[in-house]
Design a binder for this molecule. Structure first.
Ligand code: G6P
Length: 614
Protein backbone atom coordinates (compact mmCIF):
# COMPACT_ATOMS: atom_id res chain seq x y z
CA UNK A 1 0.00 0.00 0.00
CA UNK A 2 1.78 3.07 -1.39
CA UNK A 3 5.00 2.40 -3.22
CA UNK A 4 8.19 4.29 -2.53
CA UNK A 5 11.45 4.28 -4.46
CA UNK A 6 14.58 6.41 -4.33
CA UNK A 7 18.04 6.60 -5.83
CA UNK A 8 21.33 8.26 -5.04
CA UNK A 9 24.44 7.71 -7.16
CA UNK A 10 26.22 8.57 -10.39
CA UNK A 11 23.26 7.84 -12.72
CA UNK A 12 20.34 10.13 -13.57
CA UNK A 13 17.75 9.45 -10.87
CA UNK A 14 14.52 10.24 -12.76
CA UNK A 15 14.48 7.28 -15.21
CA UNK A 16 15.21 4.86 -12.36
CA UNK A 17 12.57 6.38 -10.11
CA UNK A 18 9.83 6.54 -12.76
CA UNK A 19 10.45 2.96 -13.89
CA UNK A 20 10.50 1.91 -10.25
CA UNK A 21 7.15 3.62 -9.66
CA UNK A 22 5.63 1.70 -12.55
CA UNK A 23 6.81 -1.54 -10.99
CA UNK A 24 5.37 -0.49 -7.63
CA UNK A 25 2.08 0.79 -8.99
CA UNK A 26 0.27 -2.35 -7.82
CA UNK A 27 0.67 -0.92 -4.31
CA UNK A 28 -1.61 2.03 -5.07
CA UNK A 29 -2.41 4.34 -7.94
CA UNK A 30 -4.36 7.29 -6.56
CA UNK A 31 -1.54 9.74 -7.27
CA UNK A 32 2.15 9.79 -8.09
CA UNK A 33 5.02 12.17 -7.50
CA UNK A 34 8.78 12.61 -7.66
CA UNK A 35 11.37 14.84 -5.98
CA UNK A 36 14.77 15.44 -7.56
CA UNK A 37 17.79 17.34 -6.34
CA UNK A 38 19.68 19.17 -9.04
CA UNK A 39 22.46 21.40 -7.75
CA UNK A 40 20.83 23.66 -5.21
CA UNK A 41 17.33 23.07 -6.58
CA UNK A 42 14.80 20.63 -5.13
CA UNK A 43 12.20 19.98 -7.82
CA UNK A 44 8.92 18.30 -7.01
CA UNK A 45 6.37 17.11 -9.55
CA UNK A 46 3.21 15.36 -8.48
CA UNK A 47 -0.20 14.68 -9.83
CA UNK A 48 -3.44 12.84 -9.19
CA UNK A 49 -3.85 9.48 -10.93
CA UNK A 50 -1.41 7.00 -12.36
CA UNK A 51 2.33 7.17 -12.88
CA UNK A 52 1.66 7.69 -16.60
CA UNK A 53 -0.10 10.99 -15.78
CA UNK A 54 2.97 12.08 -13.87
CA UNK A 55 5.25 11.09 -16.73
CA UNK A 56 3.10 13.04 -19.20
CA UNK A 57 3.08 16.07 -16.93
CA UNK A 58 6.87 16.41 -16.65
CA UNK A 59 7.64 16.35 -20.38
CA UNK A 60 9.02 19.92 -20.50
CA UNK A 61 10.25 20.08 -16.90
CA UNK A 62 13.73 19.88 -15.43
CA UNK A 63 14.03 16.25 -14.44
CA UNK A 64 17.76 15.93 -14.06
CA UNK A 65 19.54 15.11 -10.83
CA UNK A 66 21.46 12.27 -9.27
CA UNK A 67 19.36 12.10 -6.13
CA UNK A 68 15.67 11.43 -6.44
CA UNK A 69 12.66 9.69 -5.00
CA UNK A 70 9.14 8.80 -6.10
CA UNK A 71 5.85 7.76 -4.57
CA UNK A 72 2.70 6.08 -5.82
CA UNK A 73 -0.18 6.54 -3.41
CA UNK A 74 -3.08 4.57 -2.04
CA UNK A 75 -4.98 7.31 -0.23
CA UNK A 76 -5.55 7.05 3.51
CA UNK A 77 -5.66 10.62 4.87
CA UNK A 78 -7.04 13.13 2.43
CA UNK A 79 -8.70 12.53 -0.92
CA UNK A 80 -6.58 11.53 -3.91
CA UNK A 81 -5.76 14.95 -5.40
CA UNK A 82 -2.64 16.88 -6.43
CA UNK A 83 -2.16 18.55 -3.02
CA UNK A 84 -2.30 15.31 -1.10
CA UNK A 85 0.08 13.55 -3.50
CA UNK A 86 3.58 12.86 -2.15
CA UNK A 87 6.36 14.12 -1.86
CA UNK A 88 5.55 16.64 0.87
CA UNK A 89 7.76 19.51 1.97
CA UNK A 90 8.75 20.82 5.37
CA UNK A 91 7.87 24.38 6.42
CA UNK A 92 11.07 25.89 4.96
CA UNK A 93 11.05 23.64 1.89
CA UNK A 94 14.45 22.22 2.79
CA UNK A 95 13.16 18.68 3.43
CA UNK A 96 10.99 16.48 1.23
CA UNK A 97 9.43 13.19 2.29
CA UNK A 98 7.62 10.22 0.81
CA UNK A 99 5.76 7.90 3.15
CA UNK A 100 3.97 4.58 3.21
CA UNK A 101 1.90 3.97 6.34
CA UNK A 102 -0.20 5.97 8.78
CA UNK A 103 0.90 8.38 11.49
CA UNK A 104 -1.86 7.81 14.01
CA UNK A 105 -1.14 10.77 16.30
CA UNK A 106 -0.74 13.23 13.43
CA UNK A 107 -3.75 15.35 14.46
CA UNK A 108 -2.30 16.16 17.90
CA UNK A 109 1.12 16.90 16.42
CA UNK A 110 -0.44 19.07 13.72
CA UNK A 111 -2.37 21.13 16.27
CA UNK A 112 0.82 21.74 18.20
CA UNK A 113 2.75 22.69 15.07
CA UNK A 114 0.03 25.09 13.92
CA UNK A 115 0.32 26.86 17.28
CA UNK A 116 4.02 27.20 16.56
CA UNK A 117 3.36 28.89 13.23
CA UNK A 118 3.45 25.97 10.79
CA UNK A 119 1.16 26.10 7.78
CA UNK A 120 0.06 23.04 5.83
CA UNK A 121 -0.93 22.64 2.22
CA UNK A 122 -2.39 19.11 2.35
CA UNK A 123 -4.66 16.99 4.55
CA UNK A 124 -2.06 14.28 4.95
CA UNK A 125 -0.39 12.82 8.02
CA UNK A 126 2.83 12.71 5.99
CA UNK A 127 3.16 16.48 5.70
CA UNK A 128 2.79 16.70 9.48
CA UNK A 129 5.67 14.25 9.92
CA UNK A 130 8.13 16.24 7.80
CA UNK A 131 7.13 19.48 9.52
CA UNK A 132 7.72 17.82 12.86
CA UNK A 133 11.19 16.65 11.81
CA UNK A 134 12.17 20.17 10.74
CA UNK A 135 10.67 21.66 13.87
CA UNK A 136 12.79 19.35 16.04
CA UNK A 137 15.87 20.16 13.98
CA UNK A 138 15.42 23.92 14.26
CA UNK A 139 14.43 23.96 17.93
CA UNK A 140 17.15 21.64 19.12
CA UNK A 141 19.69 23.00 16.65
CA UNK A 142 20.79 19.49 15.70
CA UNK A 143 21.65 17.61 12.50
CA UNK A 144 18.85 16.43 10.30
CA UNK A 145 19.85 12.79 10.97
CA UNK A 146 19.38 13.32 14.69
CA UNK A 147 16.15 15.26 14.17
CA UNK A 148 14.69 12.36 12.16
CA UNK A 149 15.55 9.98 14.98
CA UNK A 150 14.07 12.16 17.72
CA UNK A 151 10.93 12.97 15.73
CA UNK A 152 10.30 9.31 14.97
CA UNK A 153 10.36 8.64 18.69
CA UNK A 154 7.36 10.95 19.04
CA UNK A 155 5.36 9.28 16.33
CA UNK A 156 2.71 6.58 16.81
CA UNK A 157 1.83 4.51 13.80
CA UNK A 158 3.45 2.86 10.83
CA UNK A 159 5.88 4.24 8.34
CA UNK A 160 8.41 3.61 5.66
CA UNK A 161 9.84 7.01 4.72
CA UNK A 162 12.53 8.46 2.53
CA UNK A 163 13.76 12.04 3.02
CA UNK A 164 15.73 14.29 0.67
CA UNK A 165 17.58 17.28 2.08
CA UNK A 166 17.90 20.25 -0.26
CA UNK A 167 20.98 21.77 1.37
CA UNK A 168 22.68 18.38 1.79
CA UNK A 169 22.37 16.93 -1.71
CA UNK A 170 24.71 13.99 -1.05
CA UNK A 171 22.33 12.59 1.55
CA UNK A 172 19.36 10.23 1.57
CA UNK A 173 17.61 9.18 4.77
CA UNK A 174 15.12 6.33 5.16
CA UNK A 175 13.38 4.70 8.09
CA UNK A 176 10.83 2.00 8.73
CA UNK A 177 8.37 0.83 11.31
CA UNK A 178 5.60 -1.51 10.26
CA UNK A 179 5.89 -0.77 6.52
CA UNK A 180 8.51 -2.48 4.39
CA UNK A 181 11.72 -0.92 3.11
CA UNK A 182 14.61 -2.49 1.29
CA UNK A 183 17.97 -0.86 0.51
CA UNK A 184 19.81 -1.90 -2.66
CA UNK A 185 23.58 -1.53 -2.83
CA UNK A 186 24.43 -0.53 -6.41
CA UNK A 187 27.37 -1.74 -8.47
CA UNK A 188 28.91 1.72 -8.74
CA UNK A 189 30.61 3.46 -5.81
CA UNK A 190 28.16 5.46 -3.73
CA UNK A 191 25.11 4.06 -5.51
CA UNK A 192 22.08 3.11 -3.39
CA UNK A 193 18.41 2.38 -3.95
CA UNK A 194 15.65 2.38 -1.37
CA UNK A 195 12.22 0.99 -2.09
CA UNK A 196 9.08 -0.65 -0.72
CA UNK A 197 10.12 -3.92 -2.29
CA UNK A 198 12.85 -5.26 -4.51
CA UNK A 199 11.02 -4.95 -7.84
CA UNK A 200 12.44 -1.50 -8.75
CA UNK A 201 15.92 -2.57 -7.67
CA UNK A 202 16.47 -6.00 -9.23
CA UNK A 203 17.33 -4.51 -12.62
CA UNK A 204 20.36 -2.75 -11.14
CA UNK A 205 21.66 -4.89 -8.31
CA UNK A 206 21.03 -8.14 -6.47
CA UNK A 207 22.65 -6.99 -3.21
CA UNK A 208 20.09 -5.77 -0.72
CA UNK A 209 19.50 -5.28 2.95
CA UNK A 210 16.03 -5.23 4.49
CA UNK A 211 15.53 -2.61 7.18
CA UNK A 212 14.04 -3.88 10.43
CA UNK A 213 11.36 -2.06 12.37
CA UNK A 214 12.74 0.95 14.18
CA UNK A 215 15.81 1.30 11.94
CA UNK A 216 17.05 4.36 10.08
CA UNK A 217 19.32 4.10 7.02
CA UNK A 218 21.43 7.08 6.04
CA UNK A 219 23.46 7.42 2.87
CA UNK A 220 25.94 10.23 3.29
CA UNK A 221 28.84 11.04 1.00
CA UNK A 222 28.56 7.67 -0.72
CA UNK A 223 28.40 5.54 2.44
CA UNK A 224 25.50 3.64 4.01
CA UNK A 225 25.02 3.47 7.75
CA UNK A 226 22.14 2.02 9.75
CA UNK A 227 21.08 2.78 13.30
CA UNK A 228 18.02 2.24 15.43
CA UNK A 229 15.74 5.00 16.60
CA UNK A 230 17.30 4.37 20.03
CA UNK A 231 20.61 5.41 18.42
CA UNK A 232 22.27 1.98 18.35
CA UNK A 233 24.49 1.44 15.29
CA UNK A 234 23.71 -1.68 13.21
CA UNK A 235 25.77 -3.59 10.67
CA UNK A 236 23.76 -4.02 7.48
CA UNK A 237 23.11 -7.68 6.64
CA UNK A 238 23.54 -7.84 2.87
CA UNK A 239 21.72 -10.63 1.08
CA UNK A 240 21.19 -11.67 -2.55
CA UNK A 241 17.86 -11.09 -4.22
CA UNK A 242 16.17 -14.26 -5.41
CA UNK A 243 13.84 -12.75 -8.01
CA UNK A 244 14.60 -12.32 -11.70
CA UNK A 245 13.67 -9.47 -13.97
CA UNK A 246 11.54 -11.70 -16.27
CA UNK A 247 9.38 -12.63 -13.31
CA UNK A 248 8.24 -9.05 -12.83
CA UNK A 249 7.55 -8.31 -16.51
CA UNK A 250 4.51 -9.25 -18.57
CA UNK A 251 6.47 -11.49 -20.95
CA UNK A 252 4.15 -11.04 -23.93
CA UNK A 253 0.88 -11.37 -21.99
CA UNK A 254 -1.54 -8.42 -22.13
CA UNK A 255 -1.89 -8.35 -18.33
CA UNK A 256 -0.01 -9.61 -15.30
CA UNK A 257 -3.15 -11.36 -14.09
CA UNK A 258 -3.44 -13.68 -17.09
CA UNK A 259 0.31 -14.30 -17.04
CA UNK A 260 0.04 -15.27 -13.40
CA UNK A 261 -2.99 -17.51 -14.03
CA UNK A 262 -0.97 -19.35 -16.68
CA UNK A 263 2.05 -19.62 -14.42
CA UNK A 264 0.16 -21.86 -12.00
CA UNK A 265 1.44 -25.23 -13.20
CA UNK A 266 4.92 -23.91 -12.45
CA UNK A 267 4.10 -22.00 -9.26
CA UNK A 268 2.33 -25.01 -7.74
CA UNK A 269 5.19 -27.23 -8.82
CA UNK A 270 7.71 -24.84 -7.24
CA UNK A 271 5.67 -24.75 -4.04
CA UNK A 272 5.75 -28.55 -3.62
CA UNK A 273 9.11 -29.27 -5.26
CA UNK A 274 11.62 -30.93 -2.97
CA UNK A 275 9.14 -31.03 -0.13
CA UNK A 276 7.53 -34.42 -0.74
CA UNK A 277 8.64 -37.92 -1.60
CA UNK A 278 5.45 -39.75 -2.61
CA UNK A 279 6.99 -43.19 -3.06
CA UNK A 280 8.36 -43.21 0.50
CA UNK A 281 5.55 -41.12 2.00
CA UNK A 282 8.01 -38.56 3.37
CA UNK A 283 8.28 -34.81 3.71
CA UNK A 284 11.20 -32.41 3.69
CA UNK A 285 9.76 -29.34 5.43
CA UNK A 286 12.17 -27.85 7.91
CA UNK A 287 9.71 -26.06 10.13
CA UNK A 288 7.56 -29.17 10.48
CA UNK A 289 10.53 -31.30 11.50
CA UNK A 290 11.87 -28.68 13.90
CA UNK A 291 8.50 -28.40 15.62
CA UNK A 292 7.59 -32.08 15.51
CA UNK A 293 7.06 -32.46 19.26
CA UNK A 294 4.99 -29.33 19.44
CA UNK A 295 2.85 -30.36 16.46
CA UNK A 296 2.21 -33.78 17.95
CA UNK A 297 0.60 -32.14 20.95
CA UNK A 298 -1.18 -29.04 19.68
CA UNK A 299 -4.81 -28.89 20.74
CA UNK A 300 -6.04 -26.35 18.28
CA UNK A 301 -5.02 -24.65 15.07
CA UNK A 302 -5.96 -21.05 14.26
CA UNK A 303 -5.58 -19.99 10.64
CA UNK A 304 -5.49 -16.25 10.00
CA UNK A 305 -5.29 -14.10 6.89
CA UNK A 306 -7.03 -11.37 4.92
CA UNK A 307 -8.72 -11.31 1.50
CA UNK A 308 -7.74 -14.20 -0.72
CA UNK A 309 -5.34 -15.49 1.92
CA UNK A 310 -8.32 -15.87 4.25
CA UNK A 311 -9.99 -18.01 1.59
CA UNK A 312 -6.86 -20.19 1.47
CA UNK A 313 -7.19 -20.46 5.26
CA UNK A 314 -10.77 -21.72 4.85
CA UNK A 315 -9.53 -24.42 2.48
CA UNK A 316 -6.83 -25.17 5.07
CA UNK A 317 -9.53 -25.75 7.69
CA UNK A 318 -10.95 -28.64 5.69
CA UNK A 319 -7.48 -30.06 5.02
CA UNK A 320 -6.24 -29.98 8.61
CA UNK A 321 -9.50 -31.34 9.99
CA UNK A 322 -9.72 -34.10 7.45
CA UNK A 323 -6.10 -35.25 7.49
CA UNK A 324 -4.67 -34.20 10.87
CA UNK A 325 -7.91 -34.31 12.89
CA UNK A 326 -7.10 -31.06 14.69
CA UNK A 327 -9.87 -28.61 15.59
CA UNK A 328 -9.39 -25.55 13.40
CA UNK A 329 -10.60 -21.98 13.65
CA UNK A 330 -10.29 -19.58 10.75
CA UNK A 331 -10.11 -15.90 11.56
CA UNK A 332 -9.92 -12.64 9.68
CA UNK A 333 -6.70 -11.16 11.04
CA UNK A 334 -8.42 -7.78 11.35
CA UNK A 335 -11.08 -9.19 13.68
CA UNK A 336 -8.81 -11.51 15.62
CA UNK A 337 -6.43 -8.73 16.62
CA UNK A 338 -9.10 -6.64 18.33
CA UNK A 339 -11.15 -9.37 19.95
CA UNK A 340 -9.00 -10.30 22.92
CA UNK A 341 -9.09 -13.87 21.62
CA UNK A 342 -8.57 -16.82 23.93
CA UNK A 343 -5.25 -18.34 22.97
CA UNK A 344 -3.41 -21.14 24.72
CA UNK A 345 0.30 -21.96 24.60
CA UNK A 346 -0.50 -25.27 22.91
CA UNK A 347 -2.29 -23.51 20.03
CA UNK A 348 -0.62 -23.27 16.67
CA UNK A 349 -1.40 -20.16 14.65
CA UNK A 350 -0.70 -20.21 10.93
CA UNK A 351 -0.65 -16.75 9.34
CA UNK A 352 -1.18 -16.78 5.59
CA UNK A 353 -0.14 -13.86 3.42
CA UNK A 354 1.08 -13.33 -0.11
CA UNK A 355 2.94 -10.11 0.60
CA UNK A 356 4.03 -10.92 4.13
CA UNK A 357 3.32 -7.28 4.96
CA UNK A 358 -0.43 -7.05 5.62
CA UNK A 359 -0.75 -4.81 8.68
CA UNK A 360 -3.69 -6.64 10.26
CA UNK A 361 -2.01 -10.01 9.86
CA UNK A 362 1.20 -8.67 11.38
CA UNK A 363 -0.69 -7.31 14.37
CA UNK A 364 -2.56 -10.61 14.80
CA UNK A 365 0.77 -12.49 14.86
CA UNK A 366 2.15 -10.14 17.48
CA UNK A 367 -0.91 -10.75 19.65
CA UNK A 368 -0.74 -14.54 19.24
CA UNK A 369 2.95 -14.50 20.17
CA UNK A 370 2.30 -12.33 23.23
CA UNK A 371 -0.26 -14.88 24.38
CA UNK A 372 2.27 -17.68 24.04
CA UNK A 373 1.10 -19.45 20.86
CA UNK A 374 3.50 -20.85 18.30
CA UNK A 375 3.19 -18.96 15.01
CA UNK A 376 3.96 -20.31 11.55
CA UNK A 377 3.93 -18.05 8.48
CA UNK A 378 2.90 -19.15 5.00
CA UNK A 379 4.11 -16.30 2.80
CA UNK A 380 5.19 -15.63 -0.73
CA UNK A 381 7.55 -12.69 -0.50
CA UNK A 382 10.95 -13.80 0.72
CA UNK A 383 12.40 -11.56 3.43
CA UNK A 384 9.05 -9.88 4.15
CA UNK A 385 7.93 -9.03 7.69
CA UNK A 386 5.62 -11.97 8.47
CA UNK A 387 8.22 -14.71 7.91
CA UNK A 388 10.65 -12.69 9.98
CA UNK A 389 8.16 -12.32 12.82
CA UNK A 390 6.96 -15.93 12.84
CA UNK A 391 8.62 -18.73 14.77
CA UNK A 392 8.76 -20.87 11.65
CA UNK A 393 6.84 -21.50 8.44
CA UNK A 394 7.11 -22.20 4.75
CA UNK A 395 7.42 -19.97 1.72
CA UNK A 396 4.99 -20.55 -1.11
CA UNK A 397 7.49 -20.01 -3.97
CA UNK A 398 4.83 -18.69 -6.37
CA UNK A 399 7.24 -16.02 -7.62
CA UNK A 400 6.35 -12.31 -7.67
CA UNK A 401 2.61 -11.67 -8.03
CA UNK A 402 1.98 -8.25 -9.55
CA UNK A 403 -1.72 -8.35 -10.54
CA UNK A 404 -3.70 -6.89 -7.67
CA UNK A 405 -6.20 -9.77 -7.79
CA UNK A 406 -4.41 -12.75 -6.31
CA UNK A 407 -4.34 -15.93 -8.41
CA UNK A 408 -1.17 -17.99 -8.34
CA UNK A 409 -0.48 -16.98 -4.74
CA UNK A 410 -3.82 -18.55 -3.72
CA UNK A 411 -3.13 -21.92 -5.33
CA UNK A 412 0.42 -21.89 -3.94
CA UNK A 413 -0.95 -21.20 -0.44
CA UNK A 414 -3.44 -24.06 -0.78
CA UNK A 415 -0.65 -26.35 -2.02
CA UNK A 416 1.61 -25.55 0.93
CA UNK A 417 -1.25 -25.88 3.44
CA UNK A 418 -2.07 -29.29 1.94
CA UNK A 419 1.50 -30.45 2.50
CA UNK A 420 1.51 -29.06 6.02
CA UNK A 421 -1.79 -30.77 6.88
CA UNK A 422 -0.50 -34.10 5.59
CA UNK A 423 2.86 -33.76 7.33
CA UNK A 424 1.14 -32.95 10.63
CA UNK A 425 -1.25 -35.88 10.05
CA UNK A 426 1.75 -38.18 9.69
CA UNK A 427 3.28 -36.88 12.92
CA UNK A 428 0.01 -37.35 14.80
CA UNK A 429 -0.65 -40.75 13.24
CA UNK A 430 -4.02 -39.74 11.80
CA UNK A 431 -3.30 -40.97 8.28
CA UNK A 432 -2.10 -44.37 7.10
CA UNK A 433 1.14 -44.52 5.12
CA UNK A 434 -0.72 -46.07 2.20
CA UNK A 435 -3.26 -43.28 2.02
CA UNK A 436 -0.55 -40.70 2.51
CA UNK A 437 1.49 -42.07 -0.38
CA UNK A 438 -1.59 -42.04 -2.57
CA UNK A 439 -2.52 -38.42 -1.74
CA UNK A 440 1.08 -37.31 -2.26
CA UNK A 441 1.16 -38.92 -5.69
CA UNK A 442 -2.08 -37.10 -6.52
CA UNK A 443 -0.47 -33.83 -5.39
CA UNK A 444 2.53 -34.50 -7.60
CA UNK A 445 0.18 -34.78 -10.57
CA UNK A 446 -1.56 -31.47 -9.85
CA UNK A 447 0.69 -29.18 -11.96
CA UNK A 448 -0.13 -31.24 -15.07
CA UNK A 449 -3.82 -31.25 -14.22
CA UNK A 450 -3.76 -27.46 -13.80
CA UNK A 451 -2.24 -27.31 -17.28
CA UNK A 452 -5.29 -29.25 -18.51
CA UNK A 453 -7.70 -27.04 -16.54
CA UNK A 454 -6.19 -24.01 -18.29
CA UNK A 455 -7.31 -25.50 -21.60
CA UNK A 456 -10.86 -24.52 -20.62
CA UNK A 457 -9.88 -20.96 -21.53
CA UNK A 458 -11.72 -20.82 -24.91
CA UNK A 459 -14.88 -22.25 -23.42
CA UNK A 460 -14.69 -19.82 -20.51
CA UNK A 461 -14.23 -16.91 -22.91
CA UNK A 462 -17.51 -17.77 -24.65
CA UNK A 463 -19.29 -17.87 -21.30
CA UNK A 464 -17.70 -14.54 -20.33
CA UNK A 465 -19.01 -12.99 -23.56
CA UNK A 466 -22.52 -14.17 -22.69
CA UNK A 467 -22.59 -12.93 -19.09
CA UNK A 468 -20.36 -9.86 -19.22
CA UNK A 469 -23.30 -7.51 -18.69
CA UNK A 470 -24.84 -9.37 -15.76
CA UNK A 471 -25.35 -7.18 -12.71
CA UNK A 472 -25.07 -9.95 -10.13
CA UNK A 473 -23.46 -13.37 -9.91
CA UNK A 474 -23.92 -16.12 -7.37
CA UNK A 475 -21.16 -18.69 -6.72
CA UNK A 476 -22.05 -21.92 -4.94
CA UNK A 477 -19.86 -24.69 -3.61
CA UNK A 478 -19.83 -27.22 -0.81
CA UNK A 479 -17.22 -28.63 1.51
CA UNK A 480 -13.72 -27.78 0.42
CA UNK A 481 -15.13 -26.01 -2.62
CA UNK A 482 -17.16 -23.53 -0.60
CA UNK A 483 -14.07 -21.31 -0.11
CA UNK A 484 -13.48 -21.62 -3.85
CA UNK A 485 -16.96 -20.17 -4.41
CA UNK A 486 -16.02 -17.26 -2.13
CA UNK A 487 -12.76 -16.77 -4.00
CA UNK A 488 -14.49 -16.93 -7.41
CA UNK A 489 -16.95 -14.25 -6.30
CA UNK A 490 -14.17 -12.09 -4.87
CA UNK A 491 -12.20 -12.26 -8.13
CA UNK A 492 -15.21 -11.10 -10.12
CA UNK A 493 -16.04 -8.26 -7.72
CA UNK A 494 -12.45 -7.07 -7.54
CA UNK A 495 -11.74 -6.69 -11.22
CA UNK A 496 -15.04 -6.38 -13.08
CA UNK A 497 -17.07 -4.47 -10.43
CA UNK A 498 -19.98 -6.88 -10.83
CA UNK A 499 -21.67 -7.68 -7.55
CA UNK A 500 -21.02 -11.33 -6.72
CA UNK A 501 -21.64 -13.50 -3.69
CA UNK A 502 -20.13 -16.81 -2.74
CA UNK A 503 -22.30 -19.14 -0.70
CA UNK A 504 -22.27 -22.67 0.64
CA UNK A 505 -24.66 -24.28 -1.85
CA UNK A 506 -27.06 -25.59 0.80
CA UNK A 507 -27.33 -22.17 2.46
CA UNK A 508 -28.75 -20.69 -0.73
CA UNK A 509 -32.27 -21.55 0.32
CA UNK A 510 -31.86 -19.36 3.41
CA UNK A 511 -31.59 -16.14 1.46
CA UNK A 512 -29.88 -15.82 -1.91
CA UNK A 513 -32.51 -17.98 -3.58
CA UNK A 514 -34.75 -14.92 -3.39
CA UNK A 515 -32.45 -13.22 -5.90
CA UNK A 516 -32.66 -15.91 -8.53
CA UNK A 517 -34.49 -15.17 -11.75
CA UNK A 518 -33.78 -15.71 -15.45
CA UNK A 519 -31.19 -12.92 -15.35
CA UNK A 520 -29.06 -14.45 -12.62
CA UNK A 521 -25.93 -16.42 -13.53
CA UNK A 522 -25.15 -19.01 -10.86
CA UNK A 523 -21.72 -20.61 -10.93
CA UNK A 524 -21.85 -24.00 -9.25
CA UNK A 525 -18.75 -25.97 -8.36
CA UNK A 526 -19.88 -29.58 -8.68
CA UNK A 527 -16.97 -32.02 -8.96
CA UNK A 528 -17.95 -35.67 -8.75
CA UNK A 529 -16.06 -36.13 -5.47
CA UNK A 530 -17.64 -34.20 -2.65
CA UNK A 531 -21.37 -34.10 -1.97
CA UNK A 532 -22.09 -34.42 -5.67
CA UNK A 533 -25.69 -35.57 -5.24
CA UNK A 534 -26.38 -32.80 -2.75
CA UNK A 535 -24.99 -30.15 -5.09
CA UNK A 536 -27.16 -31.57 -7.87
CA UNK A 537 -30.22 -30.92 -5.73
CA UNK A 538 -29.04 -27.33 -5.26
CA UNK A 539 -28.68 -27.02 -9.04
CA UNK A 540 -32.27 -28.24 -9.43
CA UNK A 541 -33.40 -25.54 -7.03
CA UNK A 542 -31.72 -22.85 -9.13
CA UNK A 543 -33.06 -24.37 -12.33
CA UNK A 544 -36.61 -24.39 -10.99
CA UNK A 545 -36.31 -20.61 -10.61
CA UNK A 546 -34.90 -20.15 -14.10
CA UNK A 547 -31.42 -19.16 -12.98
CA UNK A 548 -28.62 -19.63 -15.53
CA UNK A 549 -26.26 -22.36 -14.42
CA UNK A 550 -22.57 -22.37 -15.17
CA UNK A 551 -21.25 -25.62 -13.70
CA UNK A 552 -17.68 -26.64 -12.98
CA UNK A 553 -17.71 -30.43 -13.23
CA UNK A 554 -15.33 -33.36 -13.36
CA UNK A 555 -14.46 -34.40 -16.92
CA UNK A 556 -16.86 -36.97 -18.34
CA UNK A 557 -19.74 -35.81 -16.15
CA UNK A 558 -23.12 -36.32 -17.78
CA UNK A 559 -25.67 -35.70 -15.03
CA UNK A 560 -24.94 -32.05 -14.35
CA UNK A 561 -24.54 -31.43 -18.09
CA UNK A 562 -28.21 -32.31 -18.54
CA UNK A 563 -29.24 -29.55 -16.15
CA UNK A 564 -26.66 -26.80 -16.62
CA UNK A 565 -26.69 -24.06 -19.26
CA UNK A 566 -22.90 -24.15 -19.49
CA UNK A 567 -20.43 -26.73 -18.34
CA UNK A 568 -16.70 -26.40 -17.75
CA UNK A 569 -14.79 -29.63 -17.21
CA UNK A 570 -11.84 -29.98 -14.88
CA UNK A 571 -9.73 -33.13 -14.41
CA UNK A 572 -10.52 -35.63 -11.69
CA UNK A 573 -8.46 -35.69 -8.49
CA UNK A 574 -8.68 -36.47 -4.79
CA UNK A 575 -11.54 -34.44 -3.25
CA UNK A 576 -9.27 -32.44 -0.93
CA UNK A 577 -7.24 -31.27 -3.92
CA UNK A 578 -10.15 -30.13 -6.12
CA UNK A 579 -9.81 -26.43 -5.09
CA UNK A 580 -6.50 -26.35 -6.95
CA UNK A 581 -8.36 -27.19 -10.16
CA UNK A 582 -11.85 -25.74 -9.69
CA UNK A 583 -10.43 -22.31 -8.98
CA UNK A 584 -8.73 -22.10 -12.41
CA UNK A 585 -11.83 -21.59 -14.61
CA UNK A 586 -13.20 -19.11 -12.06
CA UNK A 587 -10.03 -17.02 -12.32
CA UNK A 588 -10.30 -17.14 -16.12
CA UNK A 589 -13.98 -16.20 -16.02
CA UNK A 590 -13.41 -13.10 -13.92
CA UNK A 591 -10.41 -12.13 -16.05
CA UNK A 592 -12.27 -12.35 -19.37
CA UNK A 593 -15.39 -10.61 -18.07
CA UNK A 594 -13.24 -7.75 -16.76
CA UNK A 595 -11.36 -7.44 -20.05
CA UNK A 596 -14.63 -7.45 -22.04
CA UNK A 597 -16.01 -4.72 -19.77
CA UNK A 598 -12.91 -2.62 -20.42
CA UNK A 599 -11.76 -2.70 -16.79
CA UNK A 600 -8.19 -2.19 -15.66
CA UNK A 601 -7.57 -5.81 -14.76
CA UNK A 602 -4.21 -5.44 -13.04
CA UNK A 603 -5.05 -2.27 -11.15
CA UNK A 604 -8.72 -2.37 -10.17
CA UNK A 605 -10.16 0.81 -8.73
CA UNK A 606 -9.71 1.55 -5.02
CA UNK A 607 -7.67 -1.59 -4.36
CA UNK A 608 -4.02 -2.14 -3.60
CA UNK A 609 -2.03 -5.29 -3.34
CA UNK A 610 0.06 -4.90 -0.25
CA UNK A 611 -2.18 -3.55 2.50
CA UNK A 612 0.25 -2.06 5.00
CA UNK A 613 -2.37 -0.01 6.82
CA UNK A 614 -5.13 -1.41 9.00
C1 G6P B 1 -5.28 -7.14 -0.57
C2 G6P B 1 -5.05 -7.77 -1.93
C3 G6P B 1 -5.57 -9.21 -1.92
C4 G6P B 1 -4.94 -10.00 -0.80
C5 G6P B 1 -5.12 -9.30 0.55
C6 G6P B 1 -4.28 -9.94 1.63
O1 G6P B 1 -6.64 -6.95 -0.36
O2 G6P B 1 -5.69 -7.02 -2.94
O3 G6P B 1 -5.27 -9.82 -3.16
O4 G6P B 1 -5.53 -11.26 -0.75
O5 G6P B 1 -4.71 -7.94 0.47
O6 G6P B 1 -2.93 -9.77 1.32
P1 G6P B 1 -1.77 -10.74 1.71
O7 G6P B 1 -0.55 -10.16 1.06
O8 G6P B 1 -1.68 -10.73 3.20
O9 G6P B 1 -2.08 -12.09 1.18
Amino acid sequence: MCGIVSYIGPKEAYPIVIKGLKRLEYRGYDSAGVALINGDELNIYKTKGKVQNLEDSVVDKNISGHVGMGHTRWATHGEPNDENAHPHLSQSGNLAVIHNGIIENYATIKEELIKRGHTFSSDTDTEVLIHLIEDVQVNENISIDEAVRLALNQVIGAYAIVILVKNEPAKLIAARKGSPLVVGIGSEPGEYFMASDATPIVEYTRDVTYLNDGEIAIVKDGKLSIKTIENVAKTPFIQKLEINLEEIEKGGYPHFMIKEIYEQPKSIHDSIRGRIDPSRGKFAMRSIHEYEDKLRNIKRLILIGCGTSWHAALVGEYLFEEFARIPVEVEYASEFRYRDPIIYPDDLVIAISQSGETADTLAAIELAKEKGATVFGVCNVVGSSIPRMSHAGAYTHAGPEIGVASTKAFTAQVSVLTLMALAVAQIRGTISQERLRFVLSEIEAIPNLVEKALKTNDEVMKIAEKFKDARNFLYLGRGVNFPVALEGALKLKEISYIHAEGYPAAEMKHGPIALIDEEMPVVVIAPKRGMYEKVMSNIQEVKARKGKIIAIVTEGDTKVREMADHVIEIPDTEEALTPLLSTIPLQLLSYHIAVLRGCNVDQPRNLAKSVTVE
